[in-house]
Design a protein around this ligand. Structure first.
Ligand SMILES: O=C(O)C1=C[C@@H](OP(=O)(O)O)[C@@H](O)[C@H](O)C1
Ligand SMILES: C=C(OP(=O)(O)O)C(=O)O
Length: 741
């Protein structure tokens, strides 16, 4: 089989055949594009418009000389066309088709040839338009569209490659699928929506006052029914060709609609909201999951670059968004509670939204977030439903680890997936103690995601000495402990954030912490509550450092959570000489909160005490920047955990600071940073939100512009970073480049 093609014969010059002809000619994929159409006017138009090189009105010579034959005819006509071309087919000729159902095309080939020829490679371009005819041919129709090839197990491999290359030359992305799967998937994603559009328009058109209805039909109706203008004959054929799969999908949809109808009849708000809130986020979610990118960014083709110039003083009062750790926990505990939990101050970031989506996938109705307000209809400890597929947790380590603990105790199986960064992070640190409790949980070969959890295991309490200082591990075990027989005890080697413990108490759960051992007994019920989430100290940290290093600054960051298990940044900055005061202290749902007031004073280098590492763990990227701005050599030890975050944060900070002219020496986990004058530079974000924001702060005191590449990840924890930074007086702007064009 030759892998080159000289002549392509396209049988059927409709929209698809015509567009393919035009694209192949434009890309010079072959020397000659020959067209055939029963309708001689169409054929003549194809020649006149320059869409084909040659037209033929009888098959014999065109088929004999073709290297590739594309059947671009209605699926129902496939058998007749194959029969007609059979006498002239040459052994080397590769045949393909463009039909939107594949099972029947295979049957047609069997009927004509006895068995499917090895060089017949069925295909289906997922592209189209409600327009038809060769005049509508568009050579860009397939660009960035998918084409599914469904070769049989014994199909010729080089023939498959040739057809794949043909489609790729038109700009399409080529995939392969088994025939049955193709027909099932298409029934759900293409055939059902078309039938719904036809049926809706037909039903409304039959109403007596249909003219009125259509006159006032708004955009929603038009969007939904656009495809009802598609070719009726083609859709008639599709329905017959893919009957079983289409009927299954209609039944599935009818059942869904019937249950929505029931909810409306019963005035069952929770069920109605369940359908609407899940559907609202589902499209976005699946796009993210398929592209392996972050969760809620709508413009994932945009490359975001930050530009920062040295600022004047930072002044005034700012507020930063809600605490990420508490936002995750509020969703988890609200979902497990009995009753309705209202949250205010919820962080609407990629990570916390990943947790929201996971619980929606497990049947929990969650309204919002809307301007920080979220309402969760708790389902109780045993009310979660099996999710319809893997739970996709984007970039969020907290979601994956906390959920591992919770899901290990459920009756159903789950699979947890993450993006590229999360898929590299260690998950055995939660899997291993959960196994000790009796969980059935597997991680990948290198101990990371995907995490597979088999449900239906009765867990037993353990006494666990944590080898790493990790609030995520502790929290996972506390959640599992809610279900495990006995009293689960977790001993910490260092202080880690205790938001889970504090928040569980808000939900009425009793637990104790004594001599760094946290104990929780199972059999307790969580009762819904209302929660106010304070501003995130980890986000405030960027402005604390920025104000501390920019002469003349006087900045207040309002209502920041200053829980001592999180406030290491304040201690470290004070030790370095920063002028920092806490004002208006208060308590919100058991969490200490205060306004943080920072005024500029020169910083001096220190040796950071190791016991402050775990209580400032996420702030180290920006602490590196404070050290770069301080006089002298700052020493850090025991920060190895930084290597297991969204990036290797030691490496990321060292490389970036070196580019800015700062001497950073790393020996194992010991780091020496010599303060100095920072230069402008191009910096890589390492796709890490905290690294990005830390270098934005470094840019405020650099001599020349700092440019940070790939910054969209700030949405992981702080989507409004740019706006807040500008408000504080930082000269930062973002440049967006469309990488798809
Ligand atoms: O429990 C939490 O919410 C978090 C704990 C920390 O991780 P480790 O538990 O891995 O230290 C921290 O780095 C992360 O940003 C949030
Ligand atoms: C490490 C972080 O988060 P997570 O572990 O949830 O991904 C972080 O926000 O810095």
């Amino acid at each position: 089989m030759s892998c080159m093609a000289n002549r392509v014969l396209i049988i059927g010059l409709g929209l698809i055949g015509g567009s393919l002809a035009k694209a192949l000619k434009k890309k010079h994929f072959v020397n000659v594009v020959v067209g055939y159409d029963r309708n001689l006017d169409e054929l003549q138009q194809g020649i006149d418009l320059g869409i084909i090189d040659e037209g033929c009105s009888d098959f014999s010579s065109a088929v004999k000389t073709a290297d590739i034959i594309v059947l671009a005819v209605p699926v129902k006509a496939t058998e007749a066309v194959l029969f007609d071309i059979k006498p002239y087919l040459q052994p080397h000729t590769v045949i393909t088709d463009v039909g939107s159902t594949k099972g029947n095309v295979i049957v047609a080939a069997q009927n004509v040839f006895g068995s499917v020829p090895r060089n017949f490679i069925p295909g289906h371009p997922i592209a189209g338009s409600e327009k038809s005819g060769v005049a509508a041919a568009d050579d860009t129709l397939f660009v960035k569209h998918k084409v599914i090839l469904t070769p049989l197990p014994d199909s010729d491999k080089s023939a498959t490659r040739l057809i794949a290359r043909m489609w790729q030359s038109t700009g399409a992305e080529v995939l392969q699928m088994a025939i049955e799967r193709h027909d099932e998937v298409l029934a759900a994603t293409s055939h059902l929506p078309h039938l719904l559009a036809f049926s809706l328009v037909d039903t409304l058109a039959k109403e007596q006052d249909s003219t009125e209805i259509f006159r006032y039909a708004a955009g929603g109706f038009r969007d939904f029914t656009r495809i009802a203008a598609s070719d009726p004959t083609m859709w008639h054929d599709v329905c017959l060709a893919n009957k079983k799969q289409i009927l299954d999908q209609i039944d599935n949809f009818t059942a869904g609609l019937a249950s929505l109808r029931r909810a409306i009849v019963d005035g069952d708000s929770q069920s109605m909201l369940g359908v609407f809130t899940r559907a609202k986020s589902a499209r976005e979610h699946f796009n993210k999951m398929l592209s392996g990118t972050a969760y809620s960014q709508t413009h994932h083709n945009l490359q975001v670059t930050f530009h920062i110039r040295s600022a004047g003083p930072l002044q005034g009062r700012i507020s930063v968004s809600g605490d990420k750790s508490m936002s995750h926990r509020a969703i988890v505990l609200g979902a497990l509670a009995e009753g309705v939990t209202n949250i205010n101050g919820f962080l609407e970031s990629e990570d916390s939204l990943a947790t929201v989506q996971a619980f929606r996938d497990m049947g929990v109705v969650i309204e919002g977030p809307h301007q920080g307000a979220v309402k969760i209809y708790g389902v109780g400890l045993h009310g979660l439903y099996p999710p319809p597929g893997p739970l996709y947790l984007g970039n969020s380590g907290t979601s994956m680890r906390l959920l591992s603990g919770l899901l290990a105790a459920q009756k159903f199986d789950t699979e947890l997936l993450g993006d590229r960064s999360l898929s590299k992070r260690p998950m055995e640190r939660v899997a291993e103690p959960l196994r000790e409790m009796g969980a059935s949980i597997n991680t990948s070969e290198n101990g990371s995601a995907p995490v597979y959890i088999s449900g239906g295991q009765q867990l037993s309490a353990i006494n666990y000495q944590m080898p790493v200082a990790s609030a995520q591990v502790k929290s996972a075990l506390l959640l599992a402990g809610l279900y495990a027989q006995g009293v689960t005890q977790i001993k910490q080697s260092a202080i880690t954030r205790d938001h889970t413990e504090r928040m569980l108490k808000n939900f009425g759960v009793e637990l104790t912490t004594q001599n760094s051992v946290v104990s929780i007994a199972s059999g307790q019920i969580l009762r819904a509550t209302n929660l106010d989430i304070p501003a995130d100290i980890s986000s405030a940290a960027f402005f604390i450092v920025a104000a501390a290093i920019n002469p003349g600054s006087d900045l207040v960051i309002e209502q920041v959570g200053v829980n001592p298990s999180r406030s290491g940044i304040l201690d470290i900055m004070k030790m370095m000489g920063a002028d920092l005061t806490l004002e208006n202290p208060m308590t919100l749902n058991g969490e200490p909160v205060a306004d943080v007031h920072v005024r500029y004073t020169p910083l001096k280098a220190i040796t950071i005490p190791e016991e402050l590492v775990s209580v400032a763990i996420d702030e180290f990227p920006v602490i590196f920047v404070a050290a770069a701005a301080a006089t002298g050599v700052t020493c850090l030890t025991g920060v190895g955990e930084l290597r297991y975050k969204e990036s290797d944060r030691i490496e990321a900070m060292q490389q970036g600071l070196l580019r800015m002219g700062i001497n950073v020496v790393v020996e194992g986990d010991n780091i020496l940073i010599t303060g100095g004058e920072l230069q402008g530079a191009n910096i890589s974000s390492y796709d890490d939100h905290r690294v990005t924001m830390a270098f934005a702060v470094a840019g405020t005191i650099a001599k020349d512009e700092v440019r940070i590449e790939a910054c969209s990840h700030v949405a992981t924890s702080f989507p409004e970073f740019i706006e807040v930074a500008q408000k504080a007086g930082i000269r930062i702007h973002k440049e967006e480049t469309n990488v798809s064009s």
